[in-house]
Design a protein around this ligand. Structure first.
Ligand code: BTN
Length: 270
């Protein structure tokens, strides 16, 4: 059965989606799509055509949703939050801090909308009870004569059981699975966009999201395995720096700085 978010998306009811929420940047423009290939793909095209910073593309279904490291992002239609936001950060702070600000907004909005305390797995996974319930995908481009733009896509498993969907990793979870009840996706989207807006506005004013982002990282202090193209590193995740890089202490005592990769948490150390 179609819920309120499906209904508002179908009616392209941007104003109703924005009801009761005062955003400085995020959601100034909202594109509602019943089904699309990938909201990141659409948002990137809009950004190339000059879309306003804060433009949000929200879809009820994706036929080619993309995840990190070339993976697919799967979600049954009408069950999830699938959206992307166009951002045009000023030069200066490390580019990954834009993603940190959005991730913090998602964590805060999720808490406000559901009472659930999510954590982050480096670099961009959203965890509930240590299991993946969502993720962020950032894609950016430089622009001639401009500062460039970044599209940050967010996928959050809301009202479905991931283990019943072929192709989704068995260890994934959802809000439904954790709360044992369905939640109002529309209210949740508003909470998240509002919190993303607040975090991004702070970031734009020069407040670094780094310390709070690092605090939300469940990865730190854990024994981890990082899969990189052609390499596998095992060690203790010690810290994540201002650029978003993860520092691993290897058993031999050497430190490795990782900028991208796939992390598995093994166990908490000490
Ligand atoms: C990951 O954990 O691998 C990141 C997943 C990001 C998925 C979202 S769903 C909305 C947006 N559109 C996409 O195609 N991908 C992101």
């Amino acid at each position: 059965m179609a819920d309120r978010l499906s209904e508002l998306i179908r009616r392209d009811a941007q104003d109703a989606l924005r009801e009761g929420w005062a955003c400085e940047i995020a959601g100034r423009e909202i594109y509602c799509l019943v089904e699309t290939s990938s909201t990141n793909h659409v948002a990137l095209n809009l950004a190339r055509q000059g879309a306003l910073e804060g433009t949000v593309v929200v879809a009820d279904a994706q036929s080619a949703g993309r995840g990190r490291l070339g993976r697919a992002w799967l979600a049954p239609p009408g069950t999830s939050l699938l959206f992307s936001i166009v951002l045009r950060p000023r030069p200066g702070p490390p580019p990954f801090q834009t993603v940190m600000a959005v991730a913090l907004g998602v964590v805060r909005g999720l808490a406000a909308g559901t009472g659930l305390e999510a954590s982050l797995k480096w670099p961009n996974d959203l965890l509930l009870g240590g299991r993946k319930a969502g993720g962020l995908l950032a894609e950016g481009e430089a622009e001639e004569g401009g500062f460039g733009f970044m599209v940050v896509g967010v996928g959050l498993n809301v009202n479905f059981y991931p283990r019943r969907v072929a192709g989704i990793p068995a260890e994934a979870t959802s809000i439904l699975e954790v709360l044992v009840r369905e939640v109002d996706r529309c209210a949740l989207l508003r909470h998240i966009l509002q919190a993303v807006d607040e975090e991004y506005a702070l970031f734009r004013r020069g407040v670094s999201p780094h310390a709070r982002w690092a605090e939300a990282l469940a990865t730190l202090g854990k024994e981890v395995v990082v899969e990189l193209a052609g390499d596998r590193i095992r060690g203790r995740a010690e810290r994540a720096d201002e650029n978003g890089a993860l520092w691993i202490l290897e058993p031999g005592g050497s430190h490795r700085r990782i900028l991208a990769g796939d992390v598995t948490h093994l166990r908490t150390v000490g």
